[in-house]
Design a protein around this ligand. Sequence first.
Ligand SMILES: [Zn+2]
Length: 284
Amino acid sequence: MDLPAPYLYIFAVFAFVVGGCFGSLLNVCIYRIPLGVSIVYPGSHCSVCGSPIPWYNNIPIFSWFILKGRAACCGTRIDRRYWIIEAITAVLFLAIFLKYYTEGVGVVLCYALMVFGLIAASGIDMDHFIIPDRFTLGGVVAGIVCSTLVPELHHQTSAWKGFNAALGGAFVSGLVLWLVATIGSKIFKKEAMGMGDVKFIAGMGAFLGTSSIVWVIPVSAFIGSIFGIFLIFTKGGTWGTRMPYGPFLALAAILWIFGGSDATQAYFDHIQKTLQAAPVIQPA
Ligand SMILES: [Zn+2]
């Protein structure tokens, strides 16, 4: 797909706006799904006084600033997390569009769906230390369906090959993290991570393919460690402070689609070239 400049700008703005709206929906999902409340009914309302929120006070990102972080109905403080999640989603949707529109609308939509699930799961994990199955096992199913419909996700040309790439990615990713978790809990004599994380990474593997595992596990572990050390030195955390791992897995998966994949590919190409260029030792 190739877009002339004016259309490119229009679609880019559209991607940002749609991202903001989905970010607003994400706030609802993160708050309501763990409570078992419907995400569509009742409509947006103030969680303190119960007043419905009119659309003009519910504009993604902007309303929080216009209202100076307070509810219009009763003045209750609104956490800044709401606009931050909307802004992150808007920026990510825009970035997915700009990086992947040349690969087709299917690839853009699949990555947007994946990012939506990653943010929802991360938000719930941060609040409750669980990731509901609908985002982990649901992610595996969504990844397999997306890869079958859009095999270009795995640089494949047929639905069958896309399906297989997703199945392999889910299986290998889940298995590797399960092994790491099992060995880790034997060594450290405490549970390093939960089965939720194992199912979560299987979902990522279904979208991103088997090779993403060499990036997602080390990068998430690295960022998680840096963050843990940061908490210890700034927020009075301890070595035992409980930290959800899901958000770091999600962050690593997002970094994979924005350069990690290219970097890993370049690295393996480099190794292959080096091996080919190495002098072959001939038997004397
Ligand atoms: Zn209120």
